[in-house]
Ligand binder design. Structure first.
Ligand code: ARG
Length: 462
């Protein structure tokens, strides 16, 4: 069908294989809403500028409105042999309203049309993902508020390092998601410019008004240069990169959830709603969800690299290679939305095993740095000397099969007589956590301050 209106120069019917390779309708049909919205704005502007008559405009408008209903109710299935969504809708419109439908494509090309549809899709998706990010941040903040006194070993190199609280740990992820949110929003702003009216590559001799379509579609302004606009897929690359970075954060959190729900840790328990069994081992409860979130990070990274590779050698302006821009973006957007929805539920439902976390703090002499800091602050020792004395205290604790926080004052003083009375209390793991009161630190008061700050920020964004 599309042959008749889009291939004036091509005489023979195209090969089946060409159609299979060439047609994007099977996947770009998801853009039907954006395509109709764009066409309505374009037709409105054509009419306002006197390029088409009011009668033609009204027919186009009501025809497009009907088509929207037909697609949404499943009457119009978008499974024909039209080349793409743009042709499919134009053909249908022309079937419905005749010549008026044929006038819709005045002063427009599929090159600016696809740039518009796809950009609208990316902008809408950016909004949807951003909202889900806010919900995830809110959930993490709630978990953090309840666990600002829940101590656990903070790690470096996956080795016990210093006591922190679980809320503080959750807020680290909330901070990552906040940056992700800000990254999505700044991409939204940067890309909020209207491509329609650029036509094939050079603009058009028709007296169009790009400001009108830009306003109608909710953009800030028309883009500056038409040649750039029909060649540009930066907006698609940005959403892919933003999703990859967000999924990388989600993957790190997932990795920790998997680790923490293992028998060796038992720091958290995922709800049964978010765990699966094994087909052979009846006792098993597997963390498939965080594993899948971690795994899906691979495919969204693949989508980013695929589009970067498609774009890298293309001369200006439109090249059919660019049709390869869509499936990866659709896939990454779908993946991001589902992943964020699942993550939020899983975090809200997980059980935090406070005792197990606190018990784990008794391994690894987590408060050793506090002894060194004490000798520096209270006894005026150079840090390196304090560090060596503390090393000897740790060796003593090891010999006795104790944690440094379990040594008596006498035992501590057997290593260095300058160690005074207050030290035993100082080496308590919770005291150690609460001693880290510097700005952005883990102390419960500081953690709660961070909770408040994120809540205030959420209040502004929501
Ligand atoms: N289906 C095409 C795409 O997704 C639309 C643009 C086609 N333009 C063209 N000149 N063939 O990129």
């Amino acid at each position: 069908m599309s042959k008749k209106i889009a291939s004036a120069r091509i005489s023979t019917k195209s090969s089946k294989l060409l159609q299979e390779l060439n047609n994007s309708l099977p996947f770009d049909k998801v853009l039907y809403r954006e395509d109709i919205e764009g066409s309505r704005a374009h037709a409105y502007m054509l009419c306002e500028q006197g390029i088409i008559s009011k009668e033609d405009y009204e027919q186009i408008e009501s025809g497009l409105y009907e088509i929207l209903g037909e697609v949404e109710s499943g009457i119009f299935k978008l499974d024909g042999d039209d080349e793409d969504i743009h042709m499919a809708i134009e053909v249908r419109l022309t079937e419905k309203v005749g010549d008026a439908g044929k006038r819709l494509h005045t002063a427009r090309s599929r090159n600016d049309q696809v740039a518009l549809d796809f950009r609208l899709y990316v902008q809408n998706s950016t909004k949807n993902i951003s909202e889900l990010l806010l919900e995830n941040i809110e959930t993490l903040v709630n978990v953090a508020e309840k666990n600002a006194d829940t101590i656990l070993p903070g790690m470096t190199h996956l080795q016990h390092a210093q006591p922190i609280n679980f809320g503080y740990h959750m807020l680290a992820y909330a901070s990552m998601f906040k940056r992700d949110y800000e990254r999505f929003m700044s991409s939204f702003e940067r890309n909020n410019y209207s491509p329609i009216g650029c036509a094939a590559l050079a603009g058009t001799p028709h007296p169009i008004n790009r400001q009108t379509t830009s306003d109608k579609l909710g953009f800030n302004a028309p883009t500056l240069n038409c040649l750039d606009t029909v060649s540009d897929r930066d907006f698609a690359l940005e959403i892919l990169f933003n999703i990859s970075t967000m999924m990388m954060h989600m993957s790190r959190l997932s990795e920790e959830l998997i680790l923490w729900s293992s028998a060796e840790f038992k720091w958290i328990t995922l709800s049964d709603r978010h765990a699966t069994g094994s087909s052979i081992m009846p006792q098993k409860k597997n963390p498939d969800i965080p594993e899948l979130l971690r795994g899906k990070t691979g495919r969204v990274n693949g989508n980013l690299v695929a589009l970067l590779t498609v774009m890298k050698g293309l001369p200006l302006a439109y090249n059919k290679d660019m049709q390869e821009d869509k499936e990866g973006v659709f896939d990454s957007v779908r993946t991001a939305i589902l992943s964020l929805q699942v993550l939020e539920e899983m975090i809200a439902d997980m059980r935090v095993n406070k005792e197990a976390m606190e018990r784990a703090c008794m391994v690894g002499h987590l408060s050793a740095t506090d002894l060194a800091d004490y000798l520096v602050k209270e006894k005026g020792l150079p840090f390196r000397d304090a560090y060596h004395i503390t090393g000897n205290v740790v060796n003593l604790a090891e010999e006795k099969g104790l944690d440094i926080s379990e040594l008596s004052l006498a035992e501590l003083q057997s290593i260095d007589a300058r160690i005074g009375e207050g030290v035993v209390a100082l080496l308590d793991n919770r005291a150690s956590m609460n001693a880290r009161q510097s700005e952005g630190g883990t102390a419960t008061v500081r953690t709660l301050e961070q909770v408040e700050s994120l809540k205030a920020w959420l209040g502004k964004e929501k």
